[in-house]
Design a protein around this ligand. Sequence first.
Ligand code: CMX
Length: 137
Amino acid sequence: MKISRIDHLGIGVESIDAVLPYFENVLGLKCYAVEEVADQKVKTAFLKVGEVKIELLEPTSPESAVAKWLEKGGKGVHHVAFAVEDGVAEALVEAEGKGVRLIDKAPRPGAEQMMIGFLHPKTTAGILTEFCEPQNK
Ligand code: CMX
């Protein structure tokens, strides 16, 4: 696989509205998009730091992976997303071939018209890891 950069850091929060003033008024970052990702049961808000994005993640259902993570005491960075140049599907196959446990066997739609796929944190140094690429390359 060819990872070109960190695309974004996913940060899990109970409420985007409650934490946005910290990111905007203290850090001086600007929220440029808010989007609900029904497939992942989250509302997202994006801010840019140079090339890297911060994705705030607020659960929209108690069934959301982020809701469960928050409920179990999760705080702060929820996942790290790497941009893969040669395709999420290919990267997932390669990772699985090297012994990594997949959460997603195939790419799924994510925010910002990206295709995404997750690796299980138990096999990725404890970091919930996402691969992503634009849907229409
Ligand atoms: N980072 C690191 N470890 C995590 C984690 C996270 N974000 N979420 C869960 N874990 C760990 C737990 O601590 C637990 O470890 P222990 O067994 O040592 O306690 C282990 O993973 C299993 O966790 P669990 O609480 O039993 O939860 P589940 O197995 O039900 O789900 C996971 C865990 C990662 C499979 C699930 O959260 C998932 O499928 N995530 C991928 C999808 C996702 O996160 N979507 C939201 C973002 C979408 C977006 O960005 O658009």
